[in-house]
Ligand binder design. Structure first.
Ligand code: ATP
Ligand code: MG
Length: 756
């Protein structure tokens, strides 16, 4: 059968085709989201091979994630021409560097079978060095040092070429510790992630012959998502492309979202300077999204000053406007999205039906996923989490739950093993072996074994006192489970506080620590839906049992960062609230750098959508049982009105679920939702029905009830809170002082007269 070697060119537009056919010399494809940069890059690889310019193994293609590399390989596998050999050198900077380093390890004092440390190992090693240097690791946590060293490596700074300005880092001890750390790694025949690149750059810089060899080997270099390269990656590329200069980079300055990890958007902006004579190709036609979605994204990104500016157009039909919806609180938001997803599977609001694989929920921070995971598990909606463990698999969540498990079932030895020395109690391997032995000899649980060990003096010193505290604590918390005055949420907080677990993360100065504390707060929040700790733990163990990947369609949950380069017909963007998105950190920062990066993230989020994009926010989020008022994100204000449709949430007053259905609403929540300037702003600018006026959104059932004839002072009965007296009446809501439950606001229809 005759091959059709030019087939991959047929569905390219002229600009893309030019990018594919300009094979010699440096080329930059600089274009907005969804314009087919990645598609053109793939076609270019196909073209290079078909035209016989390079063998598959002579092409170096850099992708942003391993997943992207796999996807590209798959895409190439289906191109209608034969690539007999795999594109072996296609992968991330890290995976490609590891491959090069294996072959040349001896040049940086390593053996070819070096190990790659994960962040835990890295941290353990740094802790040893910090301790040996007599540094107070409370004030100067090893994690902080780990972060500093990572950033140095991102900038390609070795201990030998560290700028003088860094001398003060980590209390002035940073540079010396960095040198020790690198020495220690070498002794261990190990590297950390940053080393993979750094060592390769070092080799290339010091050994011209080796560099020349690789320059000859890789005849063509292609790089996707170029806007997110850091300095080390940039040097790596420049060195490799230095000979033939056949380098093709594609990117979008508006999608640079890894500045916090050392990425330099400047790399893309100075490409033409670095590679004089470079061809620059701009693509303007977007093939991914509808005009409304594109216009909304363009409207938001226009708020950034530091950008090149690009025009995007599409031939697609107008389609749906970007949908905007506000909710009472975060749980309500998750509930609504769950229901909306199910309706969209059937086809709703005049739209076609979508499959679960067509839909994704993109969050700013991973702790936001918990509410969705819980909701989806409850309603049995299949989902997958991309780029990170599911909520209940996270380290801090498993630690916290191990404490809860021990409190409710003291014989849970696995839980004991997990937390006995977390936080650090000075109970090392030896002490733990002693506990194990005593427990075994006496046929008792580890907790009881530990108690015996303390009694018998088998464990001594600081560890003994800490262990006694833990045992006494566990017993005390166990008794508290029976305390009627204490909610299990309060108990959970007490456990995490008194055990020192929360403090451990509060003292932790690393970038991950705030996220872990957030997750712990989320965990306590999750408890609210259950009778007690036991019930909650049961729920989670059932969830975990269902863990095995089942085949079939699933909705995708991931962070905005992980979604780069991907596309879905339907996108949900929840949590658009100031402080969450944009993040508090970016808002607190002086200058606009952080905020501009958040805005680019908003642009990335919206432009993932092909047909339907739904942005939402909640008026309230509960943190540690306290309502926190939320302001709609400033980015919502930046959405161009003509392309946005405001939806009315059913749950506020009318719908048969949510805060209204349980009859409980706090005054704080109400005051905030209806009076926040953000909310009012939102109503006034949209032609849609206002969301906040109870009379508008209220269902007929409640309307009738609102006319009910309760009077202030009347004694009434509520199913959940028992007897109480009415303090005030506002429409269909009653403020009641319950005899047992205190003052609450409830919806009138949940109330009966005390004598009925
Ligand atoms: P991002 O900036 O988000 O990474 P991108 O510029 O890499 O986007 P692609 O993912 O390559 O864009 O393409 C977006 C979508 O448009 C894909 O579904 C792709 O198949 C389609 N597409 C690209 N070019 C064309 C074309 N010439 N004709 C038809 N469809 C196209
Ligand atoms: Mg792309």
């Amino acid at each position: 059968m005759a091959a059709r070697p030019s087939h991959y060119l047929d569905d390219l537009n002229p600009a893309q085709r030019q990018a594919v056919e300009t094979l010699e010399g440096p080329l930059l494809m600089l274009a907005g989201a969804g314009t087919g940069k990645t598609k053109a890059l793939m076609a270019r690889i196909a073209h290079l091979i078909t035209k016989g310019r390079a063998k598959p193994y002579e092409i170096l293609a850099v992708t942003f994630t391993n997943k992207a590399a796999r996807e590209m390989k798959n895409r190439l596998a289906v191109t209608p021409f034969e690539i007999r050999e795999p594109i072996r050198w296609m992968g991330t900077f890290h995976s490609l560097s590891a491959k090069i380093l294996r072959k040349r390890a001896e040049l940086v004092g390593l053996q070819h079978n070096f190990t790659i440390l994960d962040t835990d190992d890295q941290l353990r090693l740094l802790k040893q060095l910090v301790r040996a240097a007599d540094i107070d690791d409370k004030r100067w946590p090893a994690r902080m040092l780990a972060g500093i060293i990572d950033q140095w490596k991102n900038r390609a700074w070795t201990p030998d070429n560290l700028p003088a300005a860094e001398a003060t880092a980590y209390d002035g001890k940073g540079p010396a510790l960095y040198r020790q750390y690198q020495t220690r790694l070498r002794e261990l025949n190990a590297v950390d992630f940053g080393d993979l690149l750094l060592h390769v750059v070092t080799i290339f810089q010091k050994h011209d012959d080796v560099l020349a060899q690789y320059q000859r080997w890789f005849k063509y270099i292609l790089v996707d998502e170029y806007q997110d390269t850091n300095v080390a990656q940039y040097l790596w590329l420049r060195l490799l492309a230095g000979g033939h200069r056949n380098i093709c980079c594609v990117g979008d300055d508006d999608q640079s979202i890894y500045g916090w990890r050392g990425a330099e958007v400047g790399n893309i902006l100075r490409f033409e300077k670095d590679f004089p004579g470079a061809a620059v190709i701009r693509l303007e036609q977007n093939y991914r999204s509808t005009p409304h979605i594109l216009a909304a994204a363009s409207g938001v990104i226009a708020g950034n000053r530091d950008r090149l500016g690009k025009e995007l157009w599409t031939q697609a039909e107008a389609g749906e406007k970007v949908r905007l919806i506000g909710h009472w609180d975060g749980e309500e938001e998750a509930r609504w999205i769950g229901e909306e997803v199910e309706s969209m599977q059937r086809g709703t609001r005049g739209m076609r039906a979508f499959g679960l694989d067509d839909m994704a929920i993109l969050v700013r921070a991973s702790h936001q996923m918990r509410a969705f995971e819980d909701r989806f598990l409850t309603i049995g909606l299949p989902y997958r989490v991309i780029g990170g463990p599911r909520f209940y698999e996270r380290m801090e969540i498993r630690d916290a739950m191990a404490y809860f498990r021990l409190v409710t079932s003291p014989a849970d030895d696995l839980a004991f093993e997990r937390i006995v020395n977390t936080p650090k109690r000075g109970l090392g391997d030896k002490a733990q072996q002693t506990i194990q032995r005593i427990a075994r000899d006496n046929g008792v649980s580890l907790v009881d074994g530990a108690a015996l060990a303390v009694e018998q003096g088998a464990i001594k010193g600081k560890g003994a006192a800490a262990l006694r505290d833990l045992i006494v604590g566990l017993a005390r918390w166990g008794r508290m489970t029976g305390d009627a005055d204490l909610t299990h949420m309060e108990l959970a907080e007490i456990i995490l506080d008194e055990s020192g677990y929360t403090t451990m993360w509060q003292n932790d100065k690393t970038p991950e620590a705030p996220g872990r504390l957030e997750n712990l707060k989320e965990l306590v929040k999750a408890l609210e839906g259950f009778e007690n700790l036991q019930g909650f733990l049961e729920h989670v163990s059932l969830i975990m049992d269902n863990e095995t990947e089942e085949a079939g369609e699933k909705i995708t949950l991931m962070t905005l960062h992980a979604a780069k380069g991907l596309e879905f017909p339907v996108i949900f963007l929840p949590g658009w609230e100031d402080g969450l998105f944009p993040s508090q950190r970016s808002m607190d920062e002086s200058g606009t750098r952080g905020l501009e990066e958040e805005r680019r993230l908003a642009y990335v989020g919206i432009t993932r959508a092909e047909e339907v994009c739904t942005i939402s926010f909640a008026g309230n989020r509960r943190v540690y049982g306290q309502w926190q008022s939320q302001m709609p994100s400033r980015f919502i204000d930046e959405l161009p009105e003509a392309h946005v449709e405001v939806l009315t949430p059913p749950g506020l007053y009318g719908g048969n679920y949510g805060a209204a259905a349980s009859g409980i609403e706090t005054r704080a929540a109400e005051a905030n939702v209806y009076n926040s300037p953000g909310w009012r702003r939102l109503q006034s600018r949209s032609g849609a029905r206002p969301m906040s006026q109870p009379t508008e959104a209220r269902s007929p059932v409640i309307d009738a009830q609102a006319l009910s004839s309760h009077t202030v002072g009347e004694r009434v009965f509520h199913q959940k809170f028992g007897y109480g007296a009415i303090l005030g009446i506002e429409g269909d809501k009653l403020e009641i002082e319950f005899e047992k439950a205190g003052i609450k606001k409830v919806v009138a229809r949940f109330i009966t007269g005390a004598d009925d």
